[in-house]
Design a protein around this ligand. Structure first.
Ligand code: LMR
Length: 397
């Protein structure tokens, strides 16, 4: 039967990662896959994670199954981290949650739950969005629609166009997928005022927000990065949240994520909770525990939590400093718009106004790896390679 299969094109981001790995040029610059890097190009295990692993190795007593919805301490500490103590206390009875296999697993569980509740709902995603959003969500059976988001000329958000397109096409009960912060792939986020306006818009049009919070802590700080989500929790009847610990705990390969929903009432939350268990059971039975146990261990331990927060702050500040350095290097005639955007955008990514041919030229002539859409992982730049990157970039534009 397998002779009936045809070959699939490789995933663009994973393929880029493989091409960069295979390049033997010692001066290659890897601005591809979204992982944090230090000045010397390493993606280390965070110090608090390493310590928690040592402690956990001594403390863990069993490897028996935990639960279809995962580690309860992880779910509690993550929700408390994201929402803050007061909001969690207030909204906890209307929340259901499950640990998930990474942010991708969380998105998929969220999509499955939406499909179970409302199979006719469409999910509105931004143009552009993270390459894996559409496959993950549509494979649960949901229809995808798109709204304009990023203006490739101004390198900013087309907020009015975004609202008009959704207003024109969406029906009550449709889902609007939003990047909580550090929009992937553009780095262009909504302002607080835009989140406020969006929350009224969603209420008015009876739409349900689905917030993907994959990079919180890496944009402008925990409070700022969760502003939009917290606003929506306080204003919406229903909401879906997918969070990831891949980036802010650097736990990429451990696959640590959280899916949560805010429901209209307590009974619906109880039902949603049971649905999460059932959905997970039919896909992967239950999520892996190790990474989630480490996150819970860190967040529940004041000392480890402080160390983790300090390192996360360092990572974020380093990326802001790289943005400032790259912005300075691009601030020449013809580079002004890019220069301003790179400085003001958030998180790991910016999308630069490059054609596919220009992205390929950077790869083939300069060993600089970024996606064909022009997405750059800022964390892949460093003080040494920024001048070469800026020069090559300006030469192909
Ligand atoms: C990225 O966007 O590069 C990362 O989130 C990795 C991935 O899985 O795509």
């Amino acid at each position: 039967m397998f002779d009936a299969l045809t070959a699939k094109a490789p995933d663009a981001i994973m393929h880029l990662m493989a091409m960069c790995k295979a390049d033997t040029n010692p001066d290659k610059i890897d601005l591809g896959v979204g992982v944090y890097k230090t000045e010397d190009g390493a993606t280390p295990i965070m110090r608090a994670v390493k310590k928690a692993e040592q402690l956990w190795w001594q403390e863990e007593q069993s490897k028996t199954y935990v639960s279809t919805v995962g580690n309860a301490d992880f779910r509690r500490t993550m929700l408390e981290l994201i929402l803050g103590k007061d909001l969690l206390e207030k909204y906890d009875p209307r929340l259901a949650s499950s640990q998930a296999a990474g942010g991708s697993g969380a998105l998929r569980l969220g999509a499955e739950l939406i499909y179970s509740a409302s199979p006719e709902a469409s999910v509105w995603v931004s143009t552009p969005t993270w390459a894996n959003h559409i496959p993950l969500i549509s494979s649960a059976g949901l229809k995808i629609k798109t709204y304009p988001y990023y203006n490739r000329e101004t390198l900013g958000v087309d907020f009015d166009d975004m609202l008009s397109a959704i207003k024109e096409g969406a029906k009550p009960g449709d889902i609007v997928l939003l990047h909580g912060c550090c929009h992937n792939p553009t780095g262009a986020d909504l302002s607080h005022a835009e989140w406020d306006q969006l929350s009224e818009f969603l209420t008015e049009h009876k739409l349900v927000p689905f917030v993907d919070l994959a990079y919180f802590g890496l944009g402008r700080g925990m409070d700022d990065d969760t502003y939009g989500l917290r606003k929506l929790v306080q204003t919406q009847d229903e909401l879906v949240l997918a969070a990831s610990c891949s980036k802010n705990f650097a736990l990429y390969r451990e696959r640590v994520g959280l899916i949560a929903v805010l429901t209209k009432d307590v009974d619906s939350a109880i039902n949603a909770q049971s649905q999460f268990g059932a959905i997970q059971r039919k896909i992967i039975s239950m999520p892996p525990d190790h990474g989630a146990a480490l996150v819970a261990r860190i967040l529940d331990d004041p000392q480890l939590r402080e160390e983790w927060t300090a390192e996360l702050d360092e990572m974020r500040e380093r990326m802001r400093s790289l943005r400032a350095q790259l912005s300075d290097a691009l601030n020449v005639q013809g580079g002004e718009v890019m220069s301003a955007a790179v400085k003001n955008q958030n998180g790991m990514f910016s999308t630069l106004p490059l054609s596919k041919a220009q992205a390929v030229a950077l790869r083939e002539k300069h060993s600089i790896y970024l996606t064909d859409s022009g997405r750059v992982n800022i964390a892949g730049t460093n003080t040494t390679n920024i001048p070469r990157f800026a020069e090559a970039l300006l030469s192909v534009i």
